[in-house]
Structures are given as C-alpha cells and as structure tokens.
Design a binder for this molecule. Structure first.
Ligand code: PHB
Length: 537
C-alpha cells in the first residue's frame, strides 16, 4: 500500500506557525464571506481547500477564543470577532474623533454621510452615518467597493503613479476610470452617478493625510428620488469641504484616551496558556497569538515591536513572527518610524457580516450553554424602577423547572439579580431607589432591610438569595458590565432548594457563572463597539 501523504495544509506538531496563522485567517475570511457568517464544516473544508482535520482544529481554536460558536454541524462567527475590526477603527480614531464630526454633517445636510479609506483596488467603508429613510445606503462598515465603481475610488486613484495604474487590473473600461480619476484630481471632488447601484448617487471629497494624499474620503450619499447628482453636489459640496478640513484638523491633533478594547484584556500569555491546557494539541497557539497581536495594535499611531511584545506578554521574537505573517497578508504595515499599524483589510474578518444583535440575542447562547452544563435555569434581567425585568431566560430540562418568562417583573430587593444591580448604583441613586421600595416578607426568610443585603452584594460582587422570594427557590447572580465597567444587566442561575444547596451554588455554580459572564462581557464590548443597540434597554 502506498504511504498516505500528509496534506500540505497540516497544522500538526512542528507546523510552521506563520502558516497556521495564515490558515486560521483563511477560515475566518471564508466564514466572513458567507452572508450569514456561518458555514458547515464540509463547506468550510471545500471553500478553503484545507484538510478537514485542519479546519476542525482551527474552528476549535476560534470557538475556544469566543470568535466562533458551533451551531449543530455549522460554525458561526460570534460577536466577539468584531473586536478585531474595532481595534482597527480605534487606531484610526473613527469613533472618538471622526464620528461626532460626521454625525453633525449628516444632521446638517439631512443626508447619509460616510467615510472610506483606500484598500488595494477598493474603497473600504470605515464609518456610516445613515439618515433613516425608506432608501438608506446598503453599505456597512467593512464593505469594500471596487475603485472604479464609486466616487471615493476616483479620488484615491487621482494620486496613483504609473506603476500603481499598471498594477490595477480591471476588466471593464479602464480608460473611463482613468478619465474620472483625472477629473477628480482637477476638481478636488468626485461624483458617483449610479455607478454602484441604480438610483444611488454620491459626492466625495478627499481628507488628506499628513503626506497630503487622499488618506480618506468623506462622502454624502442620496437617491435620485431626492436629488440629481448635480443638485446633490451643489447642495453638499461646500459643507463637505468644510467638514473634511475639520476632520483633518481633528485627526492631526492628539489621540484620544485609552481605547475601550483594553477592558477585555489582551495578555495573550496567561489567556492562551490556559486554553492550550484545556484543548491540548487542538489549540493552535500561533493562531491565537496572531489574533492577540492584531487586537493589541488598537492604538493610534501603532506600536513598536517592544511595546507590542510587552502589551501581549510575549517575548519580542514570539511577537515578531505573527507580525511578519500579518504584514505579508496585508493586515499590518510597518510605518517609517518603526511602529506597526493595522490596515483596513482587518475589517474583512467579519466586520460587515456578523449580524447586529440586540442584548437578548447576544446573551441567549451563553445562557443556553450555561443551562445545559449545569442543568439549571439561566436568566438575565435589568433593573426597572423597583423591579427587575427578565430580558432572556433559558429553562433547565428538569421536571420541576422554575417557570418565569421574558418580561416578568419581580421585586428587586428580594432577588439576587436585583441586589447586584442595586449594588452597582451610585450611592445617592442607590439610597433613593431603596427608599422608594416597600419590602415585605414574601417568605419567612425574606430579609426586609434591603440596604444591608445590597451592600453585601456590592462588597462580594455576587448575590445569593436563599428562599427569600419563594420557598424552595434559590438563586445566585452576577452583574454583567459594559466596557466602561457599569452593570447593565445581571445573570443568574436559579434552582429548587432540594436540587442545589446554598454551598453548592457558591462552590460549583458561581465559577461557571463567572466564566459565562466573562464571555458575555467580551461579546457585549465587541458588539457595542459597532452596534450600540446590543446593550440592554
Ligand atoms: C455610501 O456611503 O453608501 C456610498 C459612498 C460613496 C459611493 C457610494 C455609496 O460612491
């Protein structure tokens, strides 16, 4: 029998770490390219051309990192993958510096406004400030338009030299695009009269970078049902230009504060060693390190190799390897001052395809996993006046499971979730809220002086309620915090007293609850970076 050959796509022991990172990114891109950000494992094997065993180890690693989750035999990108794109956007100062300025322009013009950056032969959206209309732009942050098919592309190509033009390959009408680029250079703006889509019109102006080239474009976009391209230009051009100047000034100024992404912690060494211990050889450390390096470069101006190595907790040589792979693949660039910076291609790793989720959709898979592991009911609630209100719940498959639906309200003082949420309020707000309550003895065990139990929850960081709401019912809860550290919801496990002792809840359930909350918080921080509606209402 001929010897079986090892697939060249192996990620086994001794595999080149750069190749492993590259294959991991291939899998991420394949998932991101699917409109639902989900693929079956066989489809994933087919589209990437990788060996099935390789795909399995890569997906196991992505799942362990919280970037994907299994769904039957499918694998789906999880909201946490958005932290990669968020790192790029925070380095580009999109949210802190650009967004307020661009939002003002959108309100002033009463039209949708966006920002694009050049990315190879495309223009990539880094900011969208849409006006809510029947016909709002179809493009999302992270989407890429071919340069020859949009207004920003003509402005980017206006600065191309002959070599760059030669490198550009387009099947359709190169002469027409060259002419549009020349016009854009002469006029200092470009128009898209239904190049991207029938009915869609746009006008773009350049926002020069420090070297004077069009580092970004500022675009106003409308519809032929509202304006002609000529009218839109007349209406918007002066204000577009003023705003482009303002953006240039803002971006030349000092960077903002520390990026919110730091809240999830990047120390790759600690995090990754424990993951390796759990998954053994199936955990691809070089993929995890590469993604940790990407996330760590979320700083305006980038980082030197030493600063990066220190931030991720790796030796310089261990940080350099993924950096070189990422540079070769077009996700990272080395600036002239020796710093490494993220490139807009990072946004192709799922930023435009992971669907926007509200809090219930975001928290539900975590509650389901917790309920399945513990065989108890898992819920999440928010504080609403003197009550808590359930926003998500996954019941245990026990015969006697505790039955409370979404929307149920319960008195905050007598519930574990209520106590951790009250405990997080500022002192004055807490005092006021407690004064408005009228605690009653709901069972012989109810503690009716809520200040003391709320203080205890605040001190301990969790709350345990032992047959105080209802006889025979115990519950333990933790707060869920946003990137700023504010408790925006709580998560609990509830169980019948005969099934779980208080000690059992504290010793066995609490660690599981903590781990679930860490994952929820990471998803929430990543999702809220793009979609504020993922925070609980
Ligand atoms: C948009 O913001 O959706 C947009 C911008 C420029 C274009 C087309 C669409 O050329």
């Amino acid at each position: 029998m001929p010897p079986t050959t090892t697939a060249p796509s192996g990620t086994g022991r001794g595999a080149d770490p750069g190749a492993t990172l590259e294959r991991g990114l291939t899998v991420l891109r394949a998932l991101a390219a699917d409109p639902s950000a989900r693929l079956g494992r066989s489809a994933l094997t087919r589209t990437t051309g990788l060996a099935r065993a390789t795909v399995d180890r890569i997906t196991a690693t992505l799942i362990r990192m919280g970037y994907a989750r299994p769904d039957g035999s499918d694998v789906q990108l999880a909201p946490r993958v958005l932290e990669l794109g968020n790192a790029y956007l925070s380095a580009e100062r999109v949210t802190d510096a650009m967004r307020p300025v661009v939002l003002d322009l959108a309100a002033d013009l009463d039209e949708s406004v966006s920002v694009c950056v050049p990315d190879g032969d495309g223009a990539r959206f880094v900011l969208q400030c849409p006006r809510q209309r029947a016909m709002t732009p179809a493009f999302r942050v992270g989407d890429l338009l071919a340069v020859e098919r949009c207004a920003p592309g003509a402005l980017f190509a206006a600065g191309w030299d002959r070599r760059r033009w030669r490198a550009w390959r387009s099947a359709a009408a190169p002469g027409a695009f060259e002419a549009r680029a020349a016009t854009a250079r002469g006029l200092g703006f470009a128009v898209d009269d239904q190049l991207t889509e029938p009915g869609l019109i746009a006008v773009s102006v350049p926002v020069p970078g420090p070297d004077g080239s069009a580092a970004r474009t500022l675009n106003v976009v409308s519809h032929t049902s509202r304006h002609t391209a000529v009218e839109l230009t007349a209406h918007a051009l002066p204000r577009l230009r003023r705003t482009a100047d303002a953006l240039r000034t803002v971006l030349a100024g000092p960077g903002g504060g520390p990026p919110a992404a730091d809240a999830t912690g990047i120390r790759a060494d600690v995090e990754l060693r424990s993951a390796k211990g759990e998954l053994g050889p199936d955990f691809l450390q070089s993929l995890a390190r590469g993604l940790a390096v990407l996330r760590a470069l979320d700083v305006p101006g980038g980082l030197t190799l030493s600063a990066l190595a220190e931030k991720v907790g790796l030796a310089r040589a261990s940080a350099r390897r993924p950096l070189l792979t990422l540079q070769r693949l077009g996700y990272v660039d080395a600036a002239t001052d020796g710093r490494f910076v993220l490139l807009p291609r990072v946004l192709e790793l799922g930023y435009a395809t992971v669907p926007p989720l509200d809090y219930e959709q975001l928290v539900r898979p975590h509650l389901a996993a917790l309920a399945l592991r513990l065989n108890d009911s898992a819920s999440s609630a928010v504080l609403d006046g003197s009550d808590i209100r359930y926003v998500a719940r996954v019941g245990a498959r026990r015969i006697m499971s505790v039955d409370l639906g979404v929307g149920t309200r319960l008195p905050a003082y007598a519930t574990a979730m209520g106590r951790v949420l009250l405990g997080d309020l500022e002192r004055d707000a807490r005092t006021l809220r407690l004064e408005q309550m009228a605690p009653r003895s709901l069972t012989p065990h109810t503690r009716t002086s809520p200040a003391a139990v709320v203080d205890a929850a605040r001190r301990d960081g969790y709350a345990l309620v032992d047959e105080e709401l209802e006889e025979g019912l115990r519950s333990i809860a933790l707060p869920v915090r946003d990137a700023g550290g504010r408790a925006v919801a709580a998560v609990n496990i509830s169980a019948h007293a005969v099934q779980r002792s208080a000690a059992d809840l504290r010793d066995r359930v609490l660690p599981e609850l903590r781990s679930a909350v860490r994952h929820i918080e990471a998803d929430l921080a990543a999702a809220a970076g793009r979609d504020p509606q993922s925070l609980p209402a």
